[in-house]
Design a binder for this molecule. Structure first.
Ligand code: GLV
Ligand code: MN
Ligand code: MN
Length: 417
């Protein structure tokens, strides 16, 4: 790569101004943001991003899945596009860095390349993917682009069909439009994303940059423990079919199972819904929102079998029935060698220290594994906090990450020339 390109850097003040403006949209007042997919705050953030794109003199594009993009035609005519991106949605009451940093850095990289008048071998696109967080479906916008989205998945999303319908209506989208967003194979030259680490490994090791080697697989289920409603005062303890007992016993047993037998995996019960749900009624039903993750496909499958068997066992123990609804799965995904190589070269050229990491969080790059090279750059999270308002990354680290993203794009162009 030409020496002078090695010196190209993003404009940190411009990126900070944009990042701070964005963090005001849906701000919760404690440093966090509340922008679940297609909430009013999320839609406002998307309108703001569109406005920023147009003000920057970049081309705005959107698709039937609601993905919003800034596009820069810096490649030869009809060349493929290198996507850079992340997401503007947040988990409920989440942090202001998760997703937002990646979109703002991608946008800043396009502005930098535009200002420098660079011609690359591909076009660039800074994209905000719809519903990365899975409030509704999970990796919805990227899955739609990759052609993974099906009408069936839209009928039984993990966030509930009604919530999806209402959200799509607010955003002016529909089942039909969602299924039109897929892009032809060969249209994407690659995908890079900058993200906060959301764990403590970089902070603990004092490294500047994490280079993701793989993203964990994520599976989600709704388990319904079914007992019988009865009077909570007059039914003896041995005469109850109490759905809460099965759900609680399962939650504890699942934790023990994973800790003892699957040390590289994690399991989470993020929500329980009691029916009828009153002080004085024995719960007839408890719906459990279950999610588990593994970096390895074989282990992922074994854990799946073990957790469903565990739920059956705990239901039986309390005389309950169990309904198992599978809500979707994203397989563990290795990152591409060429992308990791480009990120290593970028870090080395900037004299930043780096470590190879597996991502415990899901990311949109997973959707593109079979379509194009994918790569991810992590920057340190203070105390590893994420999916919470106290999520924080030092601004200097954010700037390092955005510069690594820029340099990785340039090195990737040189590597794949
Ligand atoms: C996304 O942040 C996820 O891993 O849940
Ligand atoms: Mn994210
Ligand atoms: Mn997240």
């Amino acid at each position: 790569m030409k020496n002078n390109l090695d010196q190209l850097r993003i404009d940190p003040a411009r990126m900070l101004a944009a990042f701070n403006e964005l963090a005001q949209i849906g701000a919760t007042g404690d440093g966090g943001v509340d922008r679940p997919t297609f909430s009013e705050a999320h839609l406002a953030a998307r309108r703001w991003f569109r406005d920023q794109i147009e003000k920057a003199g970049l081309e705005f594009r959107s698709d039937g899945a609601g993905n919003h993009s800034a596009c820069l035609a810096c490649g030869p005519k009809d060349s493929a596009t290198l996507l850079l991106g992340s997401h503007l949605d947040s988990v409920p009451k989440g942090g202001r860095f998760d997703g937002a940093l990646g979109v703002m850095a991608a946008f800043e990289v396009l502005r930098t390349v535009k200002d420098a008048g660079l011609k690359l071998k591909f076009n660039l696109e800074a994209i905000d993917f719809t519903d990365e967080e899975g409030t509704l479906v999970g990796l919805l916008g990227s899955g739609a682009i990759a052609g993974h989205l099906t009408a069936g998945l839209l009928q039984s999303p993990r966030g509930g069909r009604q919530a999806l319908l209402e959200g799509m209506q607010r955003a002016g989208l529909s089942d039909e439009s969602m299924l039109t967003a897929s892009r032809p194979k060969g249209s994407m030259a690659g995908y890079f994303e900058l993200h906060i680490e959301q764990g403590k490994r970089l902070e603990r090791s004092g490294m500047n940059i994490g280079i993701v080697s793989a993203i964990v697989g994520i599976s989600s289920y709704r388990l319904t423990f079914i007992g019988r409603a009865d009077h909570a005062g007059t039914t003896t303890m041995d005469d109850r079919l109490d759905a809460s007992q099965g759900a609680s016993a399962f939650t504890l047993a699942a934790r023990e199972l994973v800790m003892k037998e699957y040390p590289d995996c994690v399991v989470n019960v993020g929500r329980m819904e009691f029916t009828p749900g009153a002080f004085n009624i024995i719960p007839a039903q408890v719906e459990v929102s279950l999610e588990f993750r593994s970096p390895d496909e074989d282990e992922f499958k074994r854990l799946d079998t073990a957790l469903t068997a565990c739920a059956q066992k705990e239901a039986q123990q309390f005389g309950l029935d169990l309904k198992v609804d599978f809500l979707g799965k994203h397989s563990p995904t290795p990152m591409s060698t060429s992308s990791q190589q480009a990120i290593i070269q970028a870090c080395d050229s900037m004299k930043l220290t780096h470590a190879s990491l597996v991502s415990g969080a899901g990311h949109d790059g997973q959707s593109f594994a079979n379509l194009c090279p994918i790569g991810m750059i992590f920057v340190p999270s203070v105390e590893g906090a994420s999916h919470a308002p106290r999520e924080f990354t030092q601004w200097e680290d954010c700037v390092n990450g955005a510069n690594v993203l820029l340099q990785a794009v340039l090195h990737f162009a040189a590597l794949t020339a």
